[in-house]
Structures are given as C-alpha cells and as structure tokens.
Design a protein. Structure first.
Length: 390
C-alpha cells in the first residue's frame, strides 16, 4: 500500500524521500527514511523490522497505521473506486496550493533555469519534465479562485523553457509541442503577457525550420497583442525577438529598427516581472550583434566583442552562440585566424552543454568557408571561360 499512497501524491520515490525529510524537520520527528530503505520497504525486502521512529513518522505523514501502509496492495476495491480515490487525492492536493506554494515552485523553476544556462539541457531536462507533470496535475485539478490562473502561468513558463531546451538539442518537433502546450496554458492564465511570450518563443522554431516569414508575422502579432499591458522588459524582449526574425528574413532596415525600439523600451533596472525573460543591456547588445553578423555589418565585431567582455560567465550557452556569431563576423572580414579561434572555443562549449543547435551553426559556417575557398580557387578558371564566351 505504501507505493500506492506515494503514487497518489504524484511523487517519485526521490521526491517522497525529500518530502519525508522536510516533514520530519517541521514536526520534530526523529525518524529517517533513505531512498534505498524506501525501495526495500516497497518491494517487501526490508532488512529487519522497521525502526519505531520511522514507523511513527510514516504514520503521522499518511495518518494511517504502519501495518496498513506495509500491507500488500489489496484488490478488493473496484477500479472505479480506485479512480475516485485517486481523483479525490489530486483534488485535495490542489486545494492545498497557496501563494507560498506557487512562489516556491517559481523558485524551483529559477534554479532549473540557472543550471540549464550553465550546464545545458541534457543535465536538467528530466527534472524540468518531472516538474511540468507535477504542475500540470495541480493546474488541471485546481478549482479555487485565484489559484488555477497563476498555476497555468507558471506551467506556461515551464513549457517555454522546455521548448527552448528541445530547440537547443535539435528536436524541433518536441520544441513545437512544448510551445503549443505553453500557449494553451497561457490562455488558461488569462495573462496577455504570457500569451504573447509563448507565441513569440514558438517563432524561434520557425526560424530554425527556415520559415522566417511566418516567424516574422507571428512575432509582429505577438508584439501587437502584448502592448501596452505587458511589462516594459517583455516588450523590449519581443521587439528584439522580432528583430532577430527580421534579420533571418534578410530585412536589414526593419531588423535594426526593431532593435532600436528594444533599446528604447528596456528599463534601466529590469525587475523580476513575469513572464521571465533574460534581457538586460548586455543580452540586448549580444542579440543585436547576432543580427549585425547575419548582415556582415562592419560594426558586428565591435558590438559582439563588447557583449562578450560583459557577459555573465554563468550564461555558457549564450557565450557559445556569441562566439559562433563572432566567428561568422570575422569570416566575413576575411580574418580566418580570429574566426578559427572563436570557432574552436564555441565547439568546445557546445560539446560541454550538448548544444546541437550551435554545433549545427558551426557546421554550416565551416561549409560556407570551405565553399568560399573552393570558389576563390576556381575563380581564375571561371573568369577565363567567362571571357571566352562574352
């Protein structure tokens, strides 16, 4: 029965062990329970009798006698009764969600973001997906006024991060799915900023898929839907994202104008407003530099170098992308040595964080360089034949 009770709480064994530790601290219980001990209890292979302190801890936690908790699962109850009991458990769990719970879940998401940007999606993807399932269940069973909406907003932000992770890992279909889920959750949140943010994030899948016109239009619509209700930092982020889509669509003038708008909108001291976006003057400079590198603009190297010197070192994936942009900009000027320096560094960082997206950009850049070398090597012959036929 113990395993059933844990499952009814929508917890993994690891999460339950942490929950037991916290419960014991909060209620001054001396009992302890390790993951290995729990696994043995559930499988019926405990090494000797259960310590009285641990038995009392579990009894207080579940409000059931230990004999019932350690009994084998019964098959007396019908499937309908089991289903009803599970539904009641989930509704009860959702009723216990309060403002402090939602704040705690946001803190957990921020911790995942911190690990993701420094260590890469491969390290925290499973943890994030587990959190998504947890918050999804709480959201779908929440009936209290003022609780379902903030849970849905949180779920939307979780899916946008999961979508970005999938995009970085090169799985465009999974990224698209997460952004669709994010948009659905944002609609439940009744938050126009969250709806605009989720749609804008999805545009990056379109850019990577080569559908730059659709990405441009989606971001244009997201900006119009967000204004003027959205926080200034989000409006600046949307303008910069629009600038990237326009750059990918080779609309230089409109792209640089969008980045100018982003700079004008960005507050001097961005506050911790939701939805979360990673944007400050350094990130905006980096983002503008990416567009300049696409256009082979003469200012690209200076702008990107400035961003690199000021970038928070915990943003490893961002540094990877920045160095790919610098390699692109140096290649455009013909400085192959500097381009190679940044290419090699970016390749090492991409390998460390498992960024298939940046590895693909590096491969594309190298193919372009090799093609240019071949073109230059064959240029005299082409010129000769061209003169002959003129």
């Amino acid at each position: 029965m113990l395993e059933q009770r844990i499952r009814q709480r929508c917890m993994t064994f690891e999460e339950f062990v942490h929950h037991v530790e916290a419960f014991a601290r909060d209620h001054d219980e001396p009992g302890t329970l390790s993951l290995r001990h729990l696994q043995r209890l559930v499988s019926g292979r405990a090494l000797g009798p259960l310590r009285p302190a641990t038995a009392r801890l579990l009894e207080r936690l579940f409000n059931e006698p230990i004999t019932a908790l350690l009994a084998p699962p019964t098959k007396a109850a019908s499937e309908d009764e089991d289903s009803a009991a599970e539904l009641r458990q989930r509704l009860a769990a959702a009723r216990r969600v309060d403002h402090a719970t939602i704040t705690l879940l946001h803190h957990q998401l921020n911790a995942i973001r911190r690990l993701d940007r420094q260590l890469g999606a491969v390290i925290v993807r499973d943890e994030l997906n587990a959190k998504i399932r947890q918050v999804q269940q709480l959201t779908s069973h929440s009936l209290a006024p003022g609780t379902r909406e903030p849970l849905a907003a949180l779920l939307s932000e979780m899916h946008t991060l999961a979508g970005w992770q999938a995009l970085d890992l090169g799985d465009l279909s999974d990224a698209w799915h997460h952004y669709e889920q994010s948009r659905a959750a944002a609609a439940q949140s009744d938050s126009l900023p969250h709806q605009a943010h989720a749609a804008a994030e999805q545009a990056f899948v379109l850019i990577d898929a080569g559908a730059t016109g659709e990405a441009r239009d989606l971001l244009d619509d997201a900006r119009r839907r967000a204004d003027p209700a959205a926080p200034r930092v989000l409006r600046a982020w949307l303008a910069a994202a629009h600038g990237e889509a326009l750059a990918a669509h080779t609309d230089r003038t409109a792209s640089l104008h969008a980045f100018d708008q982003a700079a004008a909108l960005l507050p001097n001291d961005p506050t911790d407003e939701r939805p979360y976006v990673a944007l400050d003057p350094v990130h905006l400079t980096r983002w503008r530099g990416h567009a300049l590198a696409r256009f082979a603009h003469p200012d690209a190297i200076a702008v990107l170098t400035d961003a690199l010197t000021r970038l928070d070192p915990s943003f490893v994936r961002a540094e990877t992308a920045l160095r790919v942009d610098l390699a692109t900009a140096h290649t455009a000027t013909g400085d192959r040595d500097e381009a190679r320096t940044h290419t090699d560094y970016a390749a090492r960082l991409a390998a460390q964080v498992g960024s298939a997206r940046q590895r693909r950009r590096l491969t594309t850049l190298l193919v372009t360089v090799l093609s240019e070398d071949v073109r230059q090597d064959t240029a005299p012959a082409k010129l000769y034949y061209g003169s002959r036929t003129s």
